[in-house]
Design a protein around this ligand. Sequence first.
Ligand SMILES: Cc1ncc(COP(=O)(O)O)c(C=O)c1O
Length: 422
Amino acid sequence: MTKLEQIRAAEERLLLQTYERNPILFVRGEGVHLIDESGTKYLDLLSGIGVNALGYGHPAIEEAIARQSRALIHTSNLFYHEGQAELALRLTERVGLDRVFFANTGTEAWEGALKLARAHAGLLRSEGKTIGTKFLALEQSFHGRTFGSVSTTYKAKYREPFGPVVPGVEFVRFNDVADLRAKFSSDVCAILVESIQGEGGIRPLSQEFFAEARALTNETGALLLVDEIQAGMGRTGKWCAFQHYGIAPDVVTLAKPLAGGIPLGAILCTEEAARAIHAGMHGTTFGGGPLACAVAIAVIDAIEKEGLLRNVVETGDYFQTQLRWLAGRHDAIVDVRGKGLMLAAELDSADLAKLTVAEMLKRHILINCTSDTVLRFLPPFNLKREHVDQAIDALDQILTQQASHATTSSAAPSGGGKALGH
Ligand SMILES: Cc1ncc(COP(=O)(O)O)c(C=O)c1O
């Protein structure tokens, strides 16, 4: 038995069967590559589902972990440490809100943001305003797996096995301004959006929809919550994707790349929203610990020192142009969209999308498929043009092969590959 076979057998016996893993055992990483047990290098265009913004083995991260782990890893939120205020200053300066709460993961940050919105509405009611407790979320949204987050997540497969979920959530059709207006009322305590939906298929909000969500919430005092867990921290070429729209949210959540692979989430909010929270109302044992904060500070500094926001824009634009070129050659690509290094190529069939992910893996390139038909690219921010070229060549080969199979057998591609990730 190989080491991988031994691990697979043990996991099958011992772990909750939540994941359909691909049969690869990664042992280390270097730059934008992952390396398996046999020493084979894989070009990683997924970066741990949008987490490893600086790729692998980045000296700034290694140095911060080594330094901080020697000094202090955990102290609890009962005491001060040097990292939280310093990181909060960096985040508020760049993202533009006033106050920060640190959590551990994306879903936990979103959960806290939902609680903040309900508490804020309660505060407004105590001040004599008319405002309810309802959330308006969007169709195709994804906000995480804990109860509040999953209740505001659209796809039934994530919610229904766990019902009843948290009540008071209504879904609005994506980018449908008329539906948003029809469903909004003084019952609503918050409108919930991702600037660019990630798991929902890399779908950017329209300027008109975003502006209407801001205008409606401004009228009643409801909050506009923006989930930047996947799109934030530079992935689209700005610190947050909402900054492309010139709209100021009340609450923003961050996680995934925030500490470059060490778990860390954050809620950023305005002074007005922060009025709703008092000592003891919300908290966490681990959130915002010294190690995670030290690494997040190092990640932000490295992004700036290495000009990575500019690289995200330049390499992202190149990547998108090349995907469009590919779409011109292959009818199977029905749409190309995204911003910076948050990109998608939508195919015309779920089987072909699965097969393409599996064929890319055979060529040692990691991508994933989301929303059945959407090839998703979330590479590290230090990706170079030569990596884009490698991916485009491979996709071109695979789609050419599949098109010729389809014409010679006159049958649809049979699929059989495995989609990578959820
Ligand atoms: C937009 C968005 N929100 C929330 C989450 C949940 O984050 P986590 O998996 O860290 O709980 C995700 C994860 O994919 C996400 O993409």
